[in-house]
Design a protein around this ligand. Structure first.
Ligand SMILES: N[C@@H](CCC(=O)N[C@@H](CS)C(=O)NCC(=O)O)C(=O)O
Length: 204
């Protein structure tokens, strides 16, 4: 399998970490979303995409988005699992993933707007995205409470998603984490896990 990714993409980090957790054989292909290989694999032109080994045609065989790729990996390599067996606990993990993906989506949108020349930036749009980031971080910290793992007392995709989110906000908007010492400490502990340490984004 080949994973199309960039070093800073949080969504790619999620998939990369799951591949490492499962010990699956794969290659990494680092590129930007603008690369033609990405649009050939994913008509939406987004990273990550996964090129499976069973491909005869590149377009037909590529998988996206990160949540779909994670489900695929869990299906082909159920052990070690990144989802709990209990269906209702699985829903909780999926909700954590949605929450964390949403914070990362808002962080990407804020960053893209912030990179436009200052006269063209829309402060209301930036504030709107920041509002989602702040609310998401508050929810993540509050719901984690004093737990070691987000769901069911065991490591899961929810923990990967939280570390991914804290790592990406640290890269793009560290000031928004100032009120969240407890969350930052929680993430730092889990970020030492090999799959997460090996996929950490570069420093800003
Ligand atoms: N929901 C998608 C989001 C992927 C995404 O937004 N990737 C960004 C990089 S972090 C990207 O490729 N952006 C390029 C674009 O939107 O054109 C997923 O989970 O895979």
């Amino acid at each position: 399998m080949r994973l199309l990714l960039s070093p800073t993409s949080p969504f790619a980090r999620k998939v990369h970490a799951v591949l490492l957790e499962k010990g699956l054989p794969f290659e990494t292909v680092y590129l930007t979303p603008a690369d033609a290989t990405v649009s050939a694999a994913n008509p939406l032109g987004k990273i990550p995409a996964l090129l499976r080994d069973d491909d005869s045609a590149l377009y037909d065989s590529a998988l996206y988005d990160s949540a779909v790729i994670v489900q695929y990996l869990e299906a082909i390599a159920p052990t070690p699992a990144v989802f709990p067996a209990d269906p209702l606990a699985r829903i909780e993990v999926l909700r954590w993933e949605a929450l964390c993906d949403g914070v990362c989506d808002a962080t990407v949108l804020r960053m893209v707007e912030g990179r436009r020349v200052s006269e063209k930036q829309e402060p209301k749009w930036i504030a709107h995205q920041e509002g989602k980031m702040r609310a998401g971080l508050v929810a993540i910290e509050a719901e984690l409470g004093g737990r070691t793992y987000a769901v069911g007392g065991a490591f899961s995709l929810a923990d990967i998603a939280i570390v991914m989110t804290v790592g990406y906000v640290t890269l793009r908007a560290p000031e928004l984490l100032a009120p969240h010492d407890a969350l930052v400490r929680w993430a730092a502990t889990h970020a030492e896990r090999p799959s997460l340490a090996m996929t950490a984004p570069p420093a800003a």
